[in-house]
Design a protein around this ligand. Structure first.
Ligand SMILES: *[C@@H]1O[C@H](CO)[C@@H](O)[C@H](O)[C@H]1NC(C)=O
Ligand SMILES: *[C@@H]1O[C@H](CO)[C@@H](O)[C@H](O)[C@H]1NC(C)=O
Ligand SMILES: *[C@@H]1O[C@H](CO)[C@@H](O)[C@H](O)[C@H]1NC(C)=O
Ligand SMILES: *[C@@H]1O[C@H](CO)[C@@H](O)[C@H](O)[C@H]1NC(C)=O
Length: 335
């Protein structure tokens, strides 16, 4: 009786190990093939730790920038700021079924973002910012249904913002700033209910600010500086209760500043300059009640001793109440 379960267990273990080994060596091959397409910088060998041994059994899990899950399959690739120069064309995205985190930011990658990037079905974090990437944002990025962070800022991307991004229901951080994107802000962005950070600065985005952005009740920072937005600031922004930064300067916004903005009590920074806005800043904006800075230590000490003195003055025990002489002495000692 005991024979069968232990054999099955052994068999399962062997199969698992074989599977994992073949799986991670497939991933290692995929990375090596891509590495070979990258250009060297000043003859410096890129990613020297990325190499296969003769038996090709090496696991990529200890390679620079690579992390694996417990099964030995790659779940994280962080090559940020590694001086890499090349394209993403030969990165076989379908070879990394367990990739959760991909950071290729701050390199010299050029060419397009391949549409195959949509095959990274487990991806939660994608950072391709500060590279030389061109062409459109592939609509297939909308297939990355688990994505929470998408940074594509500081590239040379053009075309319009794909509506498919509205399918990213878990998206909390979206930065597309400093590209050449045009067209309007998709009104379906109002469905991105987890969005806390939206940065569209320095593009060529035009049209009206969609009223639907007022549905983004988790939004804390909204940046749309230096675009070609027209129309007025939507009154629906009164619903953005968590908004702390509203930056819409350098556009062609017109009309008056909605007085409803004064009800946004979390707002600490509002920048609307260089637009065609008219009329007064609504007095309700006085509600943007900035707190006083922490006083100098000596001021703090004076305030505290005045309070102590005042509390003694109202004590019912005459022994504790100060004499007029003590009060005048103490007050005279304050600067
Ligand atoms: C990715 O690498 C960069 C640069 O080495 C580092 O600053 C960052 O913390 C890394 N991120 C993660 C999640 O490991
Ligand atoms: C990238 O490599 C190409 C080909 O070697 C070279 O022409 C280009 O100047 C490099 N780019 C950067 C930013 O180093
Ligand atoms: C977008 O950029 C690519 C590459 O730079 C260029 O070939 C294409 O004409 C541009 N498209 C538009 C519509 O601007
Ligand atoms: C404004 O955005 C354009 C791209 O549309 C960019 O070329 C320019 O440098 C930006 N200006 C500033 C002051 O950032």
């Amino acid at each position: 009786m005991a024979f069968f379960p232990s054999t099955i267990f052994l068999l399962a273990t062997v199969l698992c190990t074989l599977y994992v080994a073949s799986c991670s060596s497939h991933e290692a091959d995929a990375l090596i093939n891509w590495k070979e397409t990258l250009h060297t910088q000043n003859n410096i060998l890129m990613l020297p730790s990325w190499k296969l041994d003769d038996q090709k059994t090496v696991s990529p899990c200890k390679w620079y920038g690579v992390s694996c899950n417990e099964q030995g399959s790659i779940n994280k690739l962080n090559l940020s700021s590694s001086g890499l120069n090349g394209t993403l064309d030969h990165l076989p995205f379908s070879s990394f079924p367990n990739l959760v985190y991909l950071n290729l930011g701050l390199n010299y990658f050029s060419g397009n973002i391949p549409s195959e990037i949509g095959q990274l079905s487990k991806l939660v974090y994608l950072d391709l910012s500060t590279n030389l990437l061109m062409g459109i944002i592939p609509p297939e990025i909308g297939e990355l249904r688990n994505l929470e962070t998408l940074y594509l800022a500081e590239n040379q991307l053009n075309g319009s913002i794909p509506k498919s991004l509205c399918q990213l229901r878990f998206l909390s951080d979206l930065a597309l700033s400093h590209n050449n994107l045009y067209g309007s802000v998709p009104s379906c962005f109002g469905q991105l209910s987890k969005l806390g950070f939206l940065d569209l600065n320095s593009n060529k985005i035009s049209g009206l600010i969609p009223l639907e952005l007022g549905n983004l009740y988790n939004l804390k920072s909204l940046y749309m500086v230096n675009n070609s937005l027209t129309g007025s600031i939507p009154k629906t922004f009164v619903n953005l209760k968590k908004l702390t930064i509203l930056s819409l300067s350098e556009n062609q916004l017109s009309g008056s500043v909605p007085k409803e903005l004064g009800h946004l009590t979390s707002l600490t920074c509002i920048d609307l300059q260089n637009n065609d806005l008219n009329g007064p800043i609504p007095s309700s904006l006085d509600l943007l009640d900035h707190r006083l800075p922490v006083p100098l230590l000596e001021i703090k000490e004076v305030v505290t001793s005045i309070l102590v003195l005042a509390i003694r003055c109202v004590n019912s025990d005459p022994e504790i109440r100060p004499r007029m002489y003590d009060v005048s002495q103490e007050l005279a000692s304050f600067p």
